[in-house]
Design a protein around this ligand. Structure first.
Ligand code: FES
Length: 109
């Protein structure tokens, strides 16, 4: 299992921890666990940008690079894109990502 830590945008709230299976996308794992804050309106088809997360700096280099299609969709996130912005449907969970830390944007719309 892979442990993921999801930090709310409101830093006064505690992070949530999720156990996920390798091969799942971060988005799917979050939706399956009924995590609030990741809407994923398109179901992972890379057409909605409502699965935006911000990957913490010490984890950014462990993820595959942003594809041209993901890069294009990151222009449509509700919250301004940050250095660590990614679409969680494009993050495939691998054992190397055990302990991954991400923060939710203030809003997905
Ligand atoms: S779920 Fe729609 S772009 Fe990720």
């Amino acid at each position: 299992m892979i442990t993921i830590h999801l930090h709310p945008h409101d830093t006064t709230q505690a992070a949530r921890t999720l156990q996920a299976l390798p091969g799942q996308s971060l988005m799917q794992a979050a939706v399956d666990a009924n995590w609030p804050g990741i809407q994923a309106d398109c179901g992972g088809l890379l057409t909605c940008a409502t699965c935006h997360v911000v990957v913490h700096s010490d984890w950014q280099g462990k993820l595959p690079p942003v594809s041209p299609d993901e890069d294009g969709m990151l222009a449509f996130t509700a919250q301004t894109r940050e250095v660590g912005s990614r679409l969680s449907c494009q993050i495939e969970l691998t054992p190397e990502l055990d302990g991954l830390q991400v923060t939710l944007p203030a809003s997905q719309y």
